[in-house]
Design a protein around this ligand. Structure first.
Ligand code: ASP
Ligand code: MG
Length: 467
């Protein structure tokens, strides 16, 4: 099989983990054609992003110290992950070249005291540039022929939407298939840096947080891979958060659409666009654990087997949210009220996560992240209070609970079962929303009631017995 394996940052957080992953790739490559994609080492992208905000604040010393920490960490791992002194020396030299480019860039940005979307992407792409050297040289140390390549090197071409770039798929497909296939022909192992590509002018761009998943699926679709494996520190997508419900189970098989819903709800963070390149080509995806390879994880396909079709497959939660209730008599029957409310929030930079309006039109409930709550309420009060709205009420700690499963579509009685189960535990439902796709049913409760409600639903739908 032709497999694209993507490893998250925790899979490569130490020299011994890197050697473990390299050995895994080496043994898989005896039977399969292996293309690997890597994230930055855990925490490195966060640190690089922190550096950009320190530059903006003119906090030179702290920015330099953080950069030194990144450099030291990588050099230390570089000195440990390769045993052969000659290969180790080559690795250290390659790291020095990349790190001095990082230092020069940082120096320039600090001199200007300015961060543009373009320079930010250039800087934050370094996490992956550095991590792939460590893996490729470790593979060489183990006797495999590996080569480290960035997204730009293999030919991922994107638009110039820095921070959230999209691939130009036709060009990308041509270039990536050419680069990768010719390496495979030479029996080389391509070790690809995730998260970044380059626009048509050669500027480095990134796909947004978690973007290495997207790199993996872009590559897979370009070379018509048989499967993509997302390797991380979880065994797969789960029926719910195992921290809340002890007997939560790994789901054996879900559909692309279900996985997308679950990813949005943060069951396991998958880049929101990552499934797109797979859908048209029907390339299956597996979500599995690097360190528990015996477990085959969760398989994501276009059409899961019938015996895995349950009405509800997963109970997810989004915590740390707040509810804003907007009321006012003059909202009734007044076209454009909702538009005004939402554009006011949009202008204030507030992301609306969930909404519902009663048919009487006298109130609209809005859920936002807790961090955005003050900003949202200020914007509404400053601009609209006393005009189209009479009252803004806030509930600080609420949680969204969502049930996901394509088997809910067209099935009568799911909602009644859900709310009866929750009511039996004395939990009050504050707000409800269901999209017309019927793929998910979401409702809001006080955060303090969240765990009780999740446990009740997990029991009600017998999710512990799902497989
Ligand atoms: N390193 C990037 C991030 O932390 C991309 C990724 O991990 O997928 O967001
Ligand atoms: Mg990651």
């Amino acid at each position: 099989m032709k497999l694209v394996l993507k490893f998250g940052g925790t899979s490569i957080s130490s020299a011994s983990n890197i050697r473990y992953v390299a050995k895994l790739l080496q043994s898989l490559s005896k039977e399969h054609k292996i293309i690997s994609v890597f994230s930055a080492i855990t925490g490195v992208t966060d640190d690089l992003i922190r550096i950009t905000s320190l530059i903006q604040k003119g906090n030179k010393d702290v920015a330099n110290n953080l950069a030194k920490k990144i450099i030291k960490n990588h050099m230390q791992i570089a000195s440990q992950c390769v045993k052969n002194p000659k290969i180790r020396k080559e690795l250290v030299e390659k790291m020095r070249v990349d790190l001095s480019e990082l230092e020069e860039l940082l120096h320039g940005m600090l001199l200007l005291g300015e961060v543009t979307p373009r320079s930010s992407d250039y800087l934050i792409s370094f996490g992956e540039r550095l991590s792939i050297n460590l893996i490729a040289f470790t593979l060489n140390d183990l006797g495999s022929k590996a080569v480290a390549l960035t997204g730009k090197d293999i030919g991922i071409v994107t638009d110039s939407n820095f921070g959230e770039a999209k691939p130009l798929m036709d060009t990308t497909r041509l270039r990536v298939s050419h680069t990768v296939e010719s390496l495979l022909e030479k029996k080389m192992l391509p070790v690809i840096g995730g998260f970044a590509g380059a626009d048509q002018y050669g500027n480095i761009t990134t796909f947004g947080r978690g973007g290495s998943d997207y790199t993996a699926t872009i590559v897979a679709s370009s070379i018509k891979a048989d499967e993509v494996w997302l390797m991380s520190d979880v065994d797969g997508l789960m029926t719910t958060d195992p921290k809340i419900v002890k007997n939560a189970k790994v789901l054996k098989e879900v559909s692309y659409t279900e996985a997308m819903e679950m990813a949005l709800f943060g069951a396991k963070h998958i880049h929101p666009r990552a499934l797109e390149p797979l859908v048209t080509k029907k390339i299956p995806l597996r979500i599995r654990s690097t360190f528990n390879i015996k477990n085959s994880g969760t398989l994501v396909t276009a059409s899961p087997k019938a015996d895995t079709q349950k009405t509800v497959k997963c109970v997810s939660t989004i915590r740390h949210t707040g509810l804003i209730d907007v009321r006012g008599g003059s909202m009734v029957g007044a076209p454009g009220t909702a538009a005004t409310i939402f554009s006011t929030l949009a202008k204030a930079g507030v992301n609306v996560m969930m909404i519902s309006q009663s048919p009487s039109e006298s109130s609209i409930s809005i859920i936002v992240k807790k961090n955005d709550l003050d900003k949202a309420v200020n914007a509404l009060e400053m601009n609209l209070l006393g005009k189209i709205i009479k009252k803004v009420e806030v509930t600080v700690d609420v949680a969204i609970i969502a049930l996901i499963g394509s088997g809910m579509r067209g099935i009568v009685g799911v909602a009644s079962k859900v709310f009866a189960a929750v009511a039996k535990k004395g939990v009050n439902v504050v707000m409800i929303a269901q999209g017309s796709s019927e793929l998910n049913l979401a409702f809001v409760v006080k955060d303090a009631d969240c765990n009780t409600a999740v446990q009740a639903l997990h029991d009600e739908f017998e999710l512990a017995k799902i497989n």
